[in-house]
Design a protein around this ligand. Structure first.
Ligand SMILES: Nc1nc2c(ncn2[C@@H]2O[C@H](COP(=O)(O)OP(=O)(O)OP(=O)(O)O)[C@@H](O)[C@H]2O)c(=O)[nH]1
Ligand SMILES: [Mg+2]
Length: 369
């Protein structure tokens, strides 16, 4: 429209056609630039709003099942690719193909080696070309890996009459606050008293998001002033929870500081101070890993584990990824039990992790045994 006005103006003033064309093109370019800048501004506003937007309400009754959460891994991830491999004529070098599928999935090199060695050890040469045999051997070894990791009891229980203190950590955006909200909701459904503590004092929005969850599930939220020392906020928060006879306390923590070293140092300090507020705290240190980040999640867990001794893992966003194979890598490489999996954004979309059920749902394809 701007270019039409420019063209007619230029003609009316008696300029020649080429001048009119240049003016029109110039104005057109400005208009396009304006549109692009405006749109990208809108985009970034939406993205930041998304990060801090209120969580979906508990009145959304439907809850995603583990099977729903694993749909993409089953239909698009390594399981689907193995299924395709086995659906046609089995070639002699099927084991090479299986290895390639596993290596290019999110299971990781080390765990792929373990699975391949196990196949070669447990199956005879003939069986290595039988679909059913290979499929069920893979399934058995996967179960073994996960059941072994799940058997590690790393957390502890509080003394009688004291609250169970759970520290929740993980890099920013992985789903810490959302998972705390979901866990608190479950405990509140059982009428247990829960207190939430906003240990991320660096962003006001972090505490606000926790407060929204607190109001929603009926749990008091303790927060400090923006920029306050996280350790003192956490100490005071736990003492308040103790005074209020809370049965569970969840500590939300920062996912990002100026440097990783600062963050690890801060988390160490926060962890130490908890033991001064309640003996034996934290009883659980849950690391939140975003399944969509694949193998990076394992590196993150190693780093946080060095600083804080993680006792369990919450694996979020399984519903948004075909990289569910990461669960097997986590079990094999970290030996830290996966306690919960997030299968959606709604308050009920958190499932207890059960190794056998997980393997059943994962390998539940038409091409499977
Ligand atoms: N699809 C899906 N989304 C999830 C899941 N868990 C969390 N989210 C979404 O992930 C986004 C980030 O979640 P938060 O809980 O704010 O993450 P955080 O770790 O507290 O982030 P910071 O406080 O910025 O460090 C939100 O939009 C959540 O709704 C899940 O299991 N599935
Ligand atoms: Mg948060």
């Amino acid at each position: 429209m701007l270019s039409t006005i420019a063209t007619s103006l230029a003609f009316r003033q008696g300029a020649d056609a080429s001048v009119a064309l240049y003016v029109a093109l110039g104005l057109g370019a400005v208009a396009v630039l304006f549109l692009v800048v405006n749109r990208s501004r809108k985009g970034s506003k939406t993205a930041s709003q998304a990060a801090d937007r209120p969580p979906p309400t508990p009145s959304e009754d439907d809850a995603a099942t583990l099977k729903d959460g694993l749909a993409r891994t089953r239909n698009e991830g390594f399981i689907a690719r193995l299924g395709q491999l086995f659906s046609g004529e089995i070639s002699e070098n099927v084991m090479d193909d299986v290895e390639e599928v596993l290596l290019t999935s999110d299971i990781g090199v080390r765990t792929t080696d373990r699975l391949m060695n196990s196949l070669k050890e447990t199956l005879s040469t003939n069986e290595l070309t039988e679909v059913e045999a290979v499929w069920s051997a893979l399934r058995d070894e996967t179960t073994r890996i996960l059941v072994t990791a799940q058997a590690n009891e790393l957390g502890s229980e509080p003394k009688n009459g004291q609250p169970k203190v759970t520290m929740v950590l993980g890099v920013n955006g992985t789903g810490k606050t959302t998972s705390i909200g979901k866990l608190a909701y479950r405990l509140r459904q059982d009428d247990l008293r829960v207190t939430l503590v906003a240990g991320d004092t660096f962003r006001a929005a972090a505490a606000e998001q926790l407060e929204i969850w607190g109001r929603r599930v009926g749990a008091p939220v303790i927060r400090g002033a923006e920029g306050a020392d996280p350790s003192s906020v956490v100490f005071d928060g736990i003492r308040e929870a103790l005074a209020a006879s809370a049965e569970h306390v969840f500590i939300d923590t920062a996912g990002r500081l100026h440097t990783q070293v600062n963050l690890m140092e801060e988390l160490r300090k926060v962890r130490r101070v908890m033991g001064k507020a309640v003996e034996g705290a934290p009883h659980e240190v849950l690391m939140v890993l975003d399944a969509t980040t694949g193998q990076n999640a394992i590196q993150q867990a190693r780093m946080f584990n060095d600083a804080t001794d993680i006792t369990g893992i919450i694996l979020t966003k399984l519903d948004g990824t075909a990289k569910g194979g990461i669960v097997i890598g986590i079990g094999d490489q970290l030996g830290i039990p996966i306690k919960y999996v997030g299968v959606g954004e709604r308050v009920k979309d958190l499932r207890d992790f059960d190794a056998k059920q997980f393997v059943d749902e994962l390998f539940a394809t038409d091409s499977g045994a």
